[in-house]
Ligand binder design. Sequence first.
Ligand SMILES: C[S@@+](CC[C@H](N)C(=O)[O-])C[C@H]1O[C@@H](n2cnc3c(N)ncnc32)[C@H](O)[C@@H]1O
Length: 307
Amino acid sequence: MTQVHKPVLLKESIDYLITKKSGVYFEGTLGFGGHTQEILNRININGSVISTDVDLNAFNHCKDKFKDEHRVRLYNFNFSLIDVIAKIESIEFFDGILADLGVSSFQLDNAAAGFSYKVDTELDLRLNKSLRKTAADFINQESEEKIAQVIYEFGEEKNSRKIARRIIASRKAKNFETTDDLRKVISEITNPRYLTKTLSRVFQALRIYVNDELGQLKTFLENSVSVLKSGGRLVVISYHSLEDRIVKEFFKYENLSCVCPPGSPICICGKVKRLNIITKKPIVPTESEIENNKRAHSAKMRVAERI
Ligand SMILES: C[S@@+](CC[C@H](N)C(=O)[O-])C[C@H]1O[C@@H](n2cnc3c(N)ncnc32)[C@H](O)[C@@H]1O
């Protein structure tokens, strides 16, 4: 792997995460190991970090990178399985949990990883290659309505219907196989001025759908709270509004101690407040970080603390 991924909000995220130098930490999005390495730099000899990534390339890369580091244990699991990983490791509670969502620069920029519309490669977009359906399967098999809905909902692309219509017309002649097949069809109906934005929205939508990224994020957040020690921090860095909204709403809900209808004489909901919100507004990268790492421009970090 020649392409380097620069970790985003590295100092800020680990400053919030580490509350105990001998703690046990969970990193759900290992990638190139940037955040995992920084956790190791800040904990002491008795601390440890358990990190996972669904992408086998990332997992294998880090297995080698951390081969001499006894304080790390690595998994090739979805982060939504944090509770299962805790059981395997016989850990009741983590001292802190981190997720740096989305995909790494390597996944985006390298043809072999199959995530970019910029290079012609198989139209796959699965982070976990054992998932049943690729992006090509989805657009070759689904209805026009479903394709338009996914592009609209997960890509926030207003021309979703037009794009879906064109995909259906095109696949009658030949199935979609490569990223170029899809790029060509979209270029035919998009003003060149908006092409890059449209392509990234469509590819983002397909990636989110194929990997059920939003569903896995919701499960991860829910499961994290039950394995986070009182006083421990849950730190989440997101890169688009759909992810950030889920994190924000989840923190808001877990911050409430009652969800009874307004005006109820007594509380009957049984709701328990489980999180305190630490960052009232999301933390964003400094201008100089964005200058040095363009991937950082859309990052938003939210932090909550387990009660
Ligand atoms: C932005 S990168 C993380 C980069 C990492 N923090 C670093 O500094 O090198 C996100 C990583 O999370 C992984 N990922 C995305 N969704 C995941 C999920 N549901 N479970 C586990 N890993 C996931 C991706 O494969 C990718 O390697």
